[in-house]
Design a protein around this ligand. Structure first.
Ligand SMILES: Cc1cc2nc3c(=O)[nH]c(=O)nc-3n(C[C@H](O)[C@H](O)[C@H](O)COP(=O)(O)OP(=O)(O)OC[C@H]3O[C@@H](n4cnc5c(N)ncnc54)[C@H](O)[C@@H]3O)c2cc1C
Length: 765
């Protein structure tokens, strides 16, 4: 006992007396810290500092404040935005024939281009004072989503000018003169923008672009002015083939020190009219057969005046920061909107098809194998919508949460890939034969594009989510790094000293918290709600604590190596991501008034999230470089093993059953899905067939009963069966008419396209 007291006294003296603590603890730890966490490069630092920490910070720090989550206002459309959805968007959708656009015209028709330009589709983010629509992020997202359920080509065309590009960059950084010059034209659709960063040698590593600008004097409008001589070679640039204004990223050099002392200024962005001498808009690409404009641009020794730099000469060399900040907001809107659209379309059409399509004498949706895929489609779509709304909502709070938007981009596009595969599996041949009747094919072709753009997915998962999250969301690490980088060593040490004490307290809190919650299985954690979902809040809090502890251990053990150990760090990123997805689902459920009918979707989603968290931890422990530390961590966090399981089959079946019935649940879940009018449109036809087959059930029951009594034969074609049933008075004439119509619709909806000889070769690329 006396030894314990002695130890405690020593500890109090060492920690409590600043000089002793600084010499005995802080100094050596500071030395080790500097060694294991090398200073950030400029681009890393700018990426780290750009954007905001939001709900991801709560989840990462081990103590999510659920009341704070619930208090975040629900993102909703204003009356003006809703009117735009009901009128302009609706009109646009009716003008689109996606098969013709993609397979025949390979472009939007001229009248669609004009409609988009004239009606402010390119002006959604531009302020009203410049003639724009000044819509919210949720409106931007909802509009793009809705269009994407009809035509991915049209959606991407609308999306790009409202995402990262000249408009966004001008609004944030443009000089007044630049705003006045460009924004009214962009809002009116008279100017079409594109933004060129990527080139043959630099894709993911955008900071390594080889395109150059050199400060020099040159001729502009008959006068000698200070400007930039540019050389660039870019590819994959969306809208480049039709752009009138090119946003260009390049590395700026000032070898003659005409601007100042620095010779290497860094990445810079400029706006250049495509009509400017020397600007070459090259050939068009054909990305996965999609018809949106995408192509190359290059220029050799093109001279531009200095004030074409976005933000003016003051912003020379500040382009990387600008791009990282703006890309983060766009990443939370555009790709999430496309992914959600995939979910809405796939859910509505696959549910209908599973009911209409019969094999072995029954609707395929009644087979458990199909139910498994259908349940996943429905549950993923619920999660997608929840994430879409919550993430756009953050951007509407004027936040630019870079980790959250990376999570949304990666997971939502991956989920849409999975659910589209499920939709294809269920539709089988019906989805494979491309033609006007196929409503899924173009979405399927477009999936790799969503996976690749705005941060290719492997990079996003492995480098950005945890790589940025660990430093950004941690309460102390970024400040500790700053202290380590302080050129005044003594001042750095003092800063580090106070941070270290807080960090130790944080780590100890997480260690005991994780152990307690592990031993009690999180049962005593608080929940902001009662009822069925309370247990999920408790488990998510527990896993949040486990993440905070594991992240600290990893950084301590691996230091700077952690970012190279992508497979390991990505798993911690997965934990953070699934905590975020689950938070979005719980918030969505609350914000929508705790609909009982939503519970199976909530259960499936959260139980899957917890299962994935367990899987990620399992892989993390298995591959942690020190087996002893891994065992210790695992024992602290999961003393009784990882017990999370995938949702029960009964939950999957509840969801798939809901998708096989017309009604509010299906309507709510797929509210963004475009359904064409009449039987000419494939989505309208599928919907009509679905309703007709449902409505015919009472009549069909009479036929089944007669078949049971052997009054009617069993295995004869439907037309003959209807005629026979009428002849034998099993059904009356009106009922026979209803069944004939139902059967026509049913057959038409399961039909696919075929082409006369020569038609396809005429269209070949
Ligand atoms: C249809 C389309 C439209 C586009 N529109 C535009 C546009 O308008 N403007 C523009 O500037 N660009 C645009 N892009 C470019 C797009 O942003 C890039 O394609 C993307 O950044 C990936 O670059 P890359 O294709 O060269 O792949 P690479 O950079 O060669 O990457 C190849 C693979 O390696 C992975 N990878 C790379 N580095 C790492 C790492 N450190 N850790 C883990 N994995 C890594 C990537 O995730 C990817 O899977 C577009 C691309 C496409 C296909």
């Amino acid at each position: 006992m006396s030894i314990l007291i002695l130890l405690l006294v020593v500890l109090i003296v060492v920690l409590g007396v600043a000089d002793i603590r600084r010499n005995l603890i802080t100094k050596p730890v500071f030395g080790i810290f500097k060694k294991i966490l090398p200073p950030l490069s400029d681009t890393e630092r700018e990426a780290m500092e750009a954007g905001d920490v939001w709900w991801d910070g709560d989840l990462f720090q081990g103590k999510p404040d659920w009341k704070k989550l619930h208090a975040i206002p629900k993102a909703e459309l204003s009356a003006e935005e809703q009117a735009f959805m009901d009128n302009e968007v609706d009109t646009l959708l009716k003008m689109l024939d996606d098969y013709k656009i993609v397979q025949e015209q390979r472009d939007l028709p001229p009248e669609v281009w004009q409609y988009i330009k004239d009606n402010g589709f390119f002006a959604m983010i531009i302020p009203k004072s410049y003639g724009g629509r000044e819509f919210s992020a949720i409106a931007n997202s909802t509009i793009v989503s809705r269009i994407a359920t009809r035509s991915l080509t049209a959606a991407v065309t609308v999306m790009v000018p409202n995402s990262l590009g000249p408009g966004e960059l001008l609004m944030h950084y443009g000089t007044q003169e630049q705003k006045d010059r460009w924004l009214p034209g962009l809002a009116a659709g008279k100017e079409v923008p594109c933004f060129a960063l990527t080139g043959p040698e630099a894709g993911s590593d955008a900071g390594g672009i080889p395109d150059t600008g050199v400060i020099c004097k040159g001729q502009f409008e008959g006068q000698e002015v200070l400007g930039i001589r540019l050389n660039w070679d870019k590819r994959y640039i969306t809208l480049a083939p039709v752009a009138t204004v090119l946003g260009l990223a390049f590395k700026l050099y000032d070898p003659e020190n005409l601007l100042g002392e620095k010779t290497e200024l860094g990445i810079t962005c400029a706006l250049i009219p495509t009509s400017h001498e020397g600007v070459e808009i090259g050939d068009r690409h054909f990305p996965m057969n999609m018809a949106f404009m995408n192509g190359t641009t290059y220029g050799k020794d093109v001279f531009i005046p200095l004030d074409w730099i976005i933000g003016g000469p003051d912003y020379a060399g500040r382009g990387w920061r600008m791009l990282v900040e703006c890309l983060s907001a766009g990443r939370g809107i555009s790709l999430p909107a496309l992914a959600t659209a995939t979910g809405h379309l796939a859910t509505r059409m696959t549910g209908a098809y599973s009911y209409v399509r019969q094999q072995f004498g029954m609707a395929i949706g009644k087979f458990e194998g199909v139910q498994e895929s259908l349940g996943r489609i429905g549950a993923y779509t619920y999660s997608l919508e929840a994430m879409r709304v919550m993430t756009a909502g953050a951007i509407d709070l004027n936040l630019s949460p870079s980790v959250v938007t990376a999570i949304a981009k990666y997971h939502m596009t991956e989920m849409s890939r999975t659910l589209l595969n499920d939709a294809f599996d269920i539709h089988s041949g019906r989805a494979i034969q491309v033609g006007p009747k196929n409503y899924l094919a173009h979405g399927y072709m477009g999936i790799p594009i969503s996976i690749t753009v705005e941060g290719a997915n492997i990079l996003t998962r492995n480098l950005m989510i945890f790589g940025q999250g660990a430093t950004r969301c941690h309460p102390y690490v970024l400040q500790e790094l700053e202290a380590a980088a302080n050129p005044n060593a003594e001042e750095g040490l003092q800063q580090f000293d106070s941070l270290l004490m807080k960090h130790i307290g944080f780590a100890l809190g997480n260690t005991f918290g994780a152990l307690w919650q592990g031993l009690t299985l999180g049962r005593f954690n608080s929940s902001p709600v009662s009822g069925e979902t309370a247990k999920y809040y408790k488990q998510l809090s527990r896993m949040s604590r486990a993440l905070a502890l594991s992240a600290d251990f990893s950084m301590l053990m691996l230091g700077g190596d952690l970012k190279r150990k992508e497979m390991l760090s990505a798993r911690l990123g997965d934990v953070l991501s699934h905590l975020y997805i689950a938070s979005a689902v719980l918030k969505f459920y609350e914000d929508n008034g705790r609909q009982v009918a939503d519970l199976p979707f909530v259960r499936y989603s959260i139980e899957r999230n917890l299962f994935e968290i367990g899987k990620a931890f399992s892989g993390f422990f298995q591959n942690f470089p020190s087996a002893v530390v891994a065992r210790l961590l695992k024992t602290l966090v999961f003393p009784f093993g990882i017990g999370y399981k995938m949702p029960a089959d009964a939950v999957t079946q509840e969801i798939s059953d809901a998708l096989l019935k017309p009604g509010v649940i299906r309507d709510r879940l797929t509210h963004l899905c475009f359904i064409g009018e009449g039987d000419e449109d494939p989505t309208g036809l599928m919907e009509s067939a679905f309703i007709a087959v449902h409505e015919a059930q009472p009549v069909m029951k009479k036929i089944y009963a007669a078949q049971k009594q052997a009054t009617l034969p069993r295995k004869i074609p439907m037309e003959q069966l209807i005629a026979k049933a009428l002849e034998l008075n099993v059904i009356n004439a009106d009922e026979a008419k209803q069944l004939v119509r139902m059967n026509e619709l049913r057959f038409a909806s399961i039909s696919v396209d075929s082409f006369k000889p020569g038609v396809l070769s005429d269209n070949a690329i």
